[in-house]
Write a protein that binds this ligand. Structure first.
Ligand code: C2O
Ligand code: CU
Length: 472
């Protein structure tokens, strides 16, 4: 057991600085060049036990945060000085296929690879993480994940709470198991799910954060291997009353307008950004809690303290708060509408294997499950065909609109905060199916789509689609 709940401060990942500015020989524009070293390190997670061995980007976990202005290209050299192969995926970026972290495109220990990112997308929270074939879960679990923020002037002009680490704070969630020597356990050989009993935010179990009585922007990223969160805020003195807050952005950036909600489901790999206003709670303590059982609609296994996430200690000193949350945030570029279902993918378990339409990623001759003419808008039906399990489904390259969700038993609809923006992950809870609509641009290439429960992904619940030139 971990006895220091809410006793350690929330760490903020440092901002990654470019090593050099280089000039793109074709466009004449500046490119920010970075170097990241993947290496092992130790961190004191349990106070009276040995330090925990981890492996992370620049030797920290989460890795350093990139903050990049829209339209500035970047090249990141990932130098693998760890003991295992790596492949790096910038999740949410329409990267060219050779820089997308294809699972078999691994960099061995002692080697490096330069990844090029276009960064032309509107402001949003992306994340970079390992994607190496069959060891993604292990690599991510031991620390290979970090935040990558794109900013843009349109978002800056809105007057949202701002200042990285000050009033704009990443909250990167994960959930892990440790053995009696405080070493990570549970990932090697696991073939269904790794729930974890210790909840971390930015690498620290159950931290606290001192805040002022004003508005804060929090950027949630669920980097857990399997655990899904159903987040809500309560006063420590009244834990039955969920306090409302505003969701302002999802996987692909700002929503059309803020969605006020008492709780927010953040499945594996999803990002949601919220504004929480502490001004009514001066001098009080607010807890961020987690609904039991995978947001109450999943199958996640619960432990003593998995209903807790972190605590906010609100100061008593009044402050002026210049920030606002406008009622219109942006015109979301939803794909032009189309109709008819172009592809139907069933995510299921058969003969102890996690598969899509009976195919696993190891089946190299059959794993391209769709050919998509470049420039077309397609609707895909994603079906959870695995009974009691749940699956967060991620499609590389594109942002999609969640058009519909249904379920033979409960009929959970698309959540209002899902419908108001674009996404790249949709969670299929027990018995659920969803329709997602995306514009397959701008590049040709073979890209992956998969379940982002990393145990399922590693064990083959992954396929590919091939974006090709329009047929003549
Ligand atoms: Cu975040 Cu293919 O992954
Ligand atoms: Cu899955």
């Amino acid at each position: 057991t971990y006895t220091r709940i809410y006793q350690n401060p929330l760490p903020i990942p440092p901002v990654k600085q470019p090593k050099q500015i280089i000039t793109n020989p074709v466009t004449g524009q500046n490119i920010q060049y970075y170097e990241i070293e993947i290496k092992s390190f130790i961190q004191q997670v349990y106070p009276n036990k040995p330090a925990t061995s981890l492996v992370g980007y620049d030797g920290i976990s989460p890795g350093p945060t990139f903050i990049i202005p829209r339209g500035t290209e970047s090249v990141v050299r990932f130098i693998n000085n760890a003991e295992q192969a790596s492949s790096i995926h910038l999740h949410g970026s329409p990267s060219r296929a050779p820089f997308d972290g294809w699972a078999e495109d691994v960099t061995s220990p002692g080697q490096y690879k330069d990844y090029y990112y276009p960064n032309y997308e509107s402001a949003r929270l992306l994340w970079y993480h390992d994607h190496a074939i069959h060891i993604t879960a292990e690599n991510a679990y031991f620390g290979q994940a970090g935040a990558y923020i794109i900013t843009d002037p349109a978002e800056d002009a809105l007057g949202l709470p701002s200042g990285y680490g000050q009033f704009d704070i990443p909250l990167i969630l994960s959930s892990k198991f440790y053995n009696e020597n405080a070493q990570l356990t549970g990932v090697v050989g696991e073939d269904t799910n790794l729930w974890g009993d210790i909840i971390h935010v930015n690498g620290q179990p159950w931290p606290f954060l001192n805040v002022q009585p004003r508005k804060y922007r929090f950027r949630f990223l669920n980097s857990a291997v399997s655990r899904n969160f159903g987040l809500y805020f309560v006063k420590t003195t009244a834990t039955n009353t969920k306090l409302p807050f505003k969701v302002i952005a999802s996987d692909s950036g700002l929503l059309t307008g803020p969605v006020t909600t008492p709780q927010l489901i953040v499945a594996v790999a999803e990002r949601y950004e919220i504004v929480f206003d502490f001004s009514a709670y001066a001098g009080q303590q607010i807890e961020l809690r987690n609904l039991d059982d995978g947001a109450g609609i999943g199958t996640d296994e619960d432990f003593d303290d998995t209903d807790k996430v972190m605590k906010f200690v609100v100061s008593n000193t009044p402050v002026t708060d210049p920030s606002t949350v406008p009622s219109i945030l942006r015109q979301v570029p939803f794909p032009p509408s189309t109709n008819g279902i172009d592809h139907h993918f069933r995510f299921h378990r058969s003969n102890s294997e996690w598969l899509i339409n009976n195919v696993g990623f190891s089946d190299a001759n059959n794993r391209i499950l769709a050919n998509v003419p470049r420039g077309t808008v397609e609707i895909w039906e994603l079906e959870n065909g695995s009974g009691g399990w749940t699956h967060p489904i991620h499609v590389h390259l594109v942002d999609f609109r969640v058009l519909a969700r249904w379920d033979s038993e409960n009929g959970r609809a698309v959540e209002p905060y899902e419908a108001a923006g674009l996404k790249d992950v949709v969670w299929l809870a027990k018995g659920e199916s969803a329709l997602v609509e995306a514009h397959y641009t701008p590049w040709n290439g073979v890209y992956m789509f998969h379940c982002h429960n990393l145990i399922h992904e590693d064990q083959d619940m992954m396929g590919a689609f091939n974006v090709t030139n329009l047929p003549n």
